[in-house]
Design a protein around this ligand. Structure first.
Ligand code: FE
Length: 231
């Protein structure tokens, strides 16, 4: 029995170093970095590692299987998929129409995995409308299109404030939305996930689809930022 027990004291001693490393990963924007810092508390990392350690020791989960899942969401799916869809929608109006009409059907056509059972909805930013995505209840997110959600997306402050004061939240992201532009907030659920098609940046005329895709950021597809003009 003694061998099965994980010493919490020993465990805390070693895992706090790893947790500090997580906190050190920052963002380029102070406000976002603060949100992330508030969210990524060492305790979460400690608890996660404790859970994995106990389940692995008891042979209830396979570490290789966990690694495979993490690898899948870190390397196979990710914002590069959404960026490709956005870039194609910029150069191909017919594709954009279908994406706006039924993104789940498009995702299935393209053979994207993990799109069963969840509706995927694309909304597009225009000179008159800016869209912002949140999940007020938890952290629902279009994983098959964007991969893992950023930590700030799961933060209670973001989830609460995005619906109460979306312009204020956007301002903290460094995104000023003029008063004459309508801001629409989309609340994700287990059934419906959203992708924002950002406005095509000025100066990107003549660029190829792949070049355009490289301009599209993850945060722009959540609506947290606008894409900068191409220099
Ligand atoms: Fe959720």
């Amino acid at each position: 029995m003694g061998d099965d027990k994980i010493s919490r004291r020993d465990f805390l001693g070693t895992s706090s170093v790893a947790a500090t490393g997580v906190m050190a990963g920052g963002s380029t924007q102070p406000a976002v970095a603060q949100l992330a810092e508030d969210y990524v508390q060492p305790d979460f990392a400690v608890r996660t590692k404790a859970l994995v350690t106990v389940l692995t020791r008891k042979n209830l989960v396979d570490q290789a299987a966990i690694d495979a899942v993490v690898d899948y969401y870190e390397n196979t799916v990710g914002p590069h998929i959404g960026a490709q869809l956005v870039a194609r929608s910029w150069v191909n109006p017919e594709f954009r129409g279908r994406l706006l009409d039924d993104m789940r059907a498009v995702a299935r056509e393209l053979g994207l995995t993990g799109v069963q059972g969840t509706d995927l909805v694309a909304v597009q930013n225009t000179p008159d409308v800016h869209n912002l995505v949140v999940c007020t209840l938890c952290s629902c997110y279009p994983w098959p299109i964007l991969g893992l959600p950023p930590t700030w997306y799961k933060d209670t402050a973001y989830r609460a404030r995005a619906v109460i004061d979306p312009r204020g939240v956007l301002r903290e992201f460094g995104t000023d939305i003029p008063d004459n532009v309508e801001v629409k907030v989309w609340d994700s659920t287990a059934e419906v996930r959203y992708l924002v098609i950002p406005e095509r940046p000025a100066g990107s005329e003549g660029m190829s689809e792949d070049e355009l895709a490289a301009l599209v950021t993850r945060d722009s597809m959540i609506g947290a930022e606008k894409l900068a003009p191409v220099a």
